[in-house]
Write a protein that binds this ligand. Structure first.
Ligand code: BEZ
Length: 263
């Protein structure tokens, strides 16, 4: 058996079902353990978890004695986070447009920034939220992230003469994002860009991946052609991405960084 982490099973339409998110994303917290080491929270320091989902990592940060709060754009996620961790303040806020009453020593974000497509707005808000010298520690999908499912969908759509759908994600190259951070008043202290191939749950295919993660993309296609398009996507990808154990491996790629607000 090859060693690939299992992929999340997300609901098919957004806003997301927070309970399904919790069932599906437990592996994300395992993979994020080393990102928490990059954050290195200290007791008493104020930290914001941006795109906190249902709050599991926020709670891990709180265990260190840091004074942490969590923001997420999805009301269902925040409701679930509040139920699970009633002592932590969670709020429904958009990462593109938020301001804090008092600045924090660190902003943390895991697997959320690729859903925030206006990166300069996010960087500006994070900069304003930090004390001078404060750190922005994050990991998200970047560069060639999920290139195979995207290429297959584009190919199937083009073959039918349908216009290419707009994707709802921000996957910058490391250089693009570093340039943005520097222009936004940050100094990069550390930056990694790495592949993290991830196995879909047993029985799931690339078509399921698209239905789970790209409902807004599929909604741009003629409804009566979606099933055929996704069948063709599976046919194209199966020889490339199904491993010896019959699992579909999605080509996740991560960008991880520590950026410090210039004084
Ligand atoms: C990601 O985690 O990289 C990702 C998840 C869903 C859609 C696109 C990217």
């Amino acid at each position: 058996m090859t060693d690939h982490p299992a992929a999340p099973v997300l609901p098919r339409s957004q806003p997301w079902d927070a309970s399904a998110y919790d069932r599906a994303f437990s592996y994300v917290n395992v993979l994020a353990a080393s990102l928490l080491e990059w954050l290195a929270p200290r007791s008493g320091e104020r930290i914001l978890d941006l795109g906190c989902g249902t709050g599991d990592l926020t709670a891990r940060i709180a265990e260190t004695g840091a004074v942490v709060s969590g923001f997420d754009r999805d009301a269902g996620m925040i409701a679930q986070a509040r139920t699970k961790f009633p002592s932590i303040p969670f709020d429904v806020r958009d990462g593109h447009a938020f301001a804090l009453d008092a600045p924090v020593e660190a902003v943390f974000s895991n697997a959320a920034l690729h859903w925030m497509t206006r990166a300069d707005d996010v960087i500006r808000c994070v900069h304003e939220a930090l004390v001078p010298g404060g750190r922005f520690v994050a990991e998200f999908g970047a560069g060639a992230n999920v290139a195979a499912p995207i290429a297959a969908l584009r190919s199937a759509v083009t073959a039918r003469g349908i216009g290419l759908p707009v994707l709802p994600w921000y996957f910058p190259t490391p250089a693009q994002h570093a340039t943005r951070l520097e222009a936004g008043g940050f100094e990069i202290h550390r930056l990694d860009y790495f592949a993290r191939p991830t196995a879909l749950a047993d029985g799931q295919t690339a078509a399921d991946w698209w239905r789970m993660f790209g409902p807004s993309v599929l909604a741009q296609l003629p409804a009566d052609q979606v099933d055929d398009i996704l069948r063709q996507v599976d046919d194209m990808l199966a020889p490339q991405i199904v491993d010896a154990d019959g699992r579909w491996i999605i080509d996740y790629v991560r960008l991880r960084f520590i950026a410090v607000r210039r004084r």
